[in-house]
Structure formats: C-alpha cells, structure tokens
Write a protein that binds this ligand. Sequence first.
Ligand SMILES: Cc1cc2nc3c(=O)[nH]c(=O)nc-3n(C[C@H](O)[C@H](O)[C@H](O)COP(=O)(O)OP(=O)(O)OC[C@H]3O[C@@H](n4cnc5c(N)ncnc54)[C@H](O)[C@@H]3O)c2cc1C
Length: 192
Amino acid sequence: MTEAKYYQGGRVFVIGGANSAGQGAIFLSRYASEVTLLKRGMSLEESMSKYLIDQIRGTENIEVKLQTEMSAVHGTGRLEAITIRNNETKEKEKAPADAVFLFIGAVPHSAIVSDIVERSEEGFILTGPDLIRAGHKPKNWKLRRDPLLMETSVPGIFAAGDVRHNVVRRVASAVGQGAVAISMVHKYLETV
Ligand SMILES: Cc1cc2nc3c(=O)[nH]c(=O)nc-3n(C[C@H](O)[C@H](O)[C@H](O)COP(=O)(O)OP(=O)(O)OC[C@H]3O[C@@H](n4cnc5c(N)ncnc54)[C@H](O)[C@@H]3O)c2cc1C
C-alpha cells in the first residue's frame, strides 16, 4: 500500500502469473497510469483465479503480455526502463518503467531452524506425515510414536502456516493450522 502511492501516474510492471501478481496488478492500477503484467506462460487461466482474470480484463490501464519476461533493467541511480523479451518471437523491446514488482514465488524464512529441524529442498519445514519416508521415522527420532500433525522432526517443536511443506498457502489455512498446532502441543505435553 505504501509502495503503490509512490507510483501515482507512473508506469509499473508486475512480473508473475499467479493470484499474487493479479492482486498486485489490480491494486497498483488504482495509482499508476499504466500497469503491465508480464507472464512467461501461455495464458493467465493456467495459474490465476477467474475472478482476478475478469477484473484484469475489465481494467483499462492493465495490459497483459504473455510468453514474455524481463531480461534487463536500465537506469542511473534508479529504475528508468526494462527490456522485455518475447519468448515466442525472440524480439526484445525497451520500455520506460518507474517500478517493477516481482510476484514469482516465496522463499521461506526458515534458516533460523536449519540446524534443528528437517526441511524440504526449498527450505519449507517438514511436519507430521511428511517426515515418514518409506515407513521410516525421521533420523534421530527416538520416540515410539510417529510425529504428531504439525510436529517437526524434533519432538515438542511444532510449525504452522506458510513455512510448512505441502500446505495450502491461505490465511484461513494458516490460522487453522495454528489452532491445530496448539491442540497438538497439549497432546504432546500429556506425554512428558
Ligand atoms: C501478495 C500476496 C497476496 C495474498 N493474498 C491472499 C488472499 O487474498 N487470501 C489468502 O487467504 N491468502 C493470501 N495470501 C497468503 C497469505 O498471506 C498467507 O497464507 C498467510 O499470511 C500465511 O500466514 P503465516 O502466519 O503462516 O505467515 P506470514 O503471514 O508470512 O507470517 C510470518 C511472520 O513471521 C515473521 N518472521 C519470519 N521470520 C521470523 C523470525 N526469525 N523471528 C520472528 N519473526 C519472524 C514474519 O515477519 C511474518 O510476520 C497472499 C500472500 C501474498 C504474498
């Protein structure tokens, strides 16, 4: 919200094709004069909810460029232009730009526990059934029971929300996981 106001009347690019990019483009279009959404894929339908696609198509100052990506940024001291490459025709175009917003995925802030609990290759925390591989409990797991739902590879340490591996990344889901994690904590406390 604070960023958007800086670009009142400006030319803004949004990179990405999922819901976050769609929401970002719609929000920024209320401030910027032009919003261009760049997506590498062939269509918005493959990655974005229909209600957002409908809003984007109904917003005059949002342009969608498919099969394109940003290949360079230009400017002295601040952003002035970007190079857009069309991956189908291989043509490149330099376009004036005041800002670029990237919505191309999330990186979990889980480094703080990297030496403590098991994580996926991408850094998401493994919990409960995700820790059982080919019927085996996690390395160093000394208890007879399996890890509880939301419990990490260390008994008594729980994780909830977006930082977990293999979850639906939505507010309601994160809140629900928090509530379940607390009930699992109570279950754990009965065992110690
Ligand atoms: C652009 C965008 C749009 C979205 N739109 C929707 C939507 O419309 N509807 C929907 O349901 N969901 C939406 N989501 C997803 C939703 O925001 C998340 O699923 C939800 O916020 C996850 O909650 P969380 O508590 O797990 O994580 P977060 O909300 O990310 O909270 C984690 C918190 O932990 C803090 N933190 C990180 N590391 C540390 C540390 N070492 N010490 C202390 N604190 C730390 C962070 O600063 C942060 O405040 C959207 C996400 C994005 C990025």
